[in-house]
Design a protein around this ligand. Sequence first.
Ligand code: AMP
Length: 481
Amino acid sequence: MSFASLGLIDRLLRNVQDLHYQTPTPVQVKAIPAVLGGKDVMAAAQTGTGKTAGFALPLLQRLVQHGPAVSSNRVRVLVLVPTRELAEQVLQSFVVYGKGLDLRFLAAYGGVSINPQMMKLRKGVDVLVATPGRLLDLNRQNAVQFDQVQTLVLDEADRMLDLGFARELNAVFAALPAQRQTLLFSATFSDDIRAMAANFLRGPVHISVSPPNATASKIRQWVVPVDKRNKPDLFMHLVAENNWDHALVFVKTRTGVDYLAAMLDEAGYAVDTIHGDKPQPARLRALERFKAGQVHMLVATDVAARGLDIDHLPLVINVDLPIVAQDYVHRIGRTGRAGASGVAVSLVCADEAPQLAAIEALIRQTLPREEEPGFEAEHRVPQTSATGQIIKKPKKPKKPKGLQAAPGDMHLPGKKTRPKSGESNRKPAAQRDAAAGKETSVTSGSPFSVQRPRSKPARQPVAAARQPAGKGAGGRGKRQP
Ligand code: AMP
């Protein structure tokens, strides 16, 4: 199958050739003819499948071939995305794929001044890539009107719902012309997404390039059980031991991001961070430096890092598991792209058992556990079944009276209130915050709530673990991605 056989015009074929794309990806094979034909599309496709070109190329062609020039404060193609970073990336894709087509593109998102966006909209734009909140702000201020919209694209629709944009999406749907094309792309398909599709898409072409809710098969994934307090040291140990020197690292809290980044920096790694406290330009700069190879380790909260398009990323390290299971699929979707193989390793403590169970149920597989010698968890991470059940171990016999607790127990924050394995210690509010895209700062019991881990792991000296990659004495070179 070639791009030419999909019915694309010469200019677009040349642009694709310049990018050295040899053959269309499966989602492109199915989406491009459907979109060119004016059909609605509902596609189960995660980041890394080539979905952006799957909708951008045919929409660019339709813009060139159909319809009048865009008027002042009007838009012809509207792409809604969950995050600012994704807005910039999708915009860049349109710019690159649409080179030489004389079309106007704009990305509009919050967190930066609205005035330059309003100025650019005055002339009208052919493609507006926007986050829902900022789009409605612009609409309220009459900077953008929707009567010329011919196509609406919902990119990462599941993330938009997870981030609490349902109301904004409904407001946008209500304001758009009824006669339009609608394309919905989502990595996962919840009942809410299906309901939205049923309400707002007309006879869509269904595309599924990987089983819904499955993670890419070329990604080698495993879990390292560890006590919470030992996570930072285990992380540094794994990085040094395996010579991992190019990774995207996910941590739950902003404090945790800064903490790990400081450890990596101290150990001589080129590191940068992405989290909600950073201004937007600084986040984009960090991403660009990471993509350009100037920064080797990018430490991020997933709220800030959703949907980032990073090519050829060999490794994702989850120092904390996401609270929302779908985020796991999104996180590791950044590795193993375009046919490349990838590695995703998750450091999991006993408190995270419910999240692990939910993830395994979602991806329909039990992730292999691989304990790291010297970091064996005193607080066991229970096994789970692929249906998401936590398999409870038979109860241990009671300790005889007067016996002291194990030494490690004394250091565990919040020990008295720690739930039994299988119960969640997270408040519903924390789950809601995570779903709404809010980052938490330090939470009690976080391994990052102390200056430095108070107890070193039994057999692995921290100093050795912090040797930079390649310089460490004990680099076994295993698990090289
Ligand atoms: P996406 O899923 O749209 O985020 O795309 C993931 C990555 O795949 C992007 O960096 C694209 O540049 C790349 N890509 C898209 N289509 C192709 C293709 N047909 N051949 C090779 N790479 C592609």
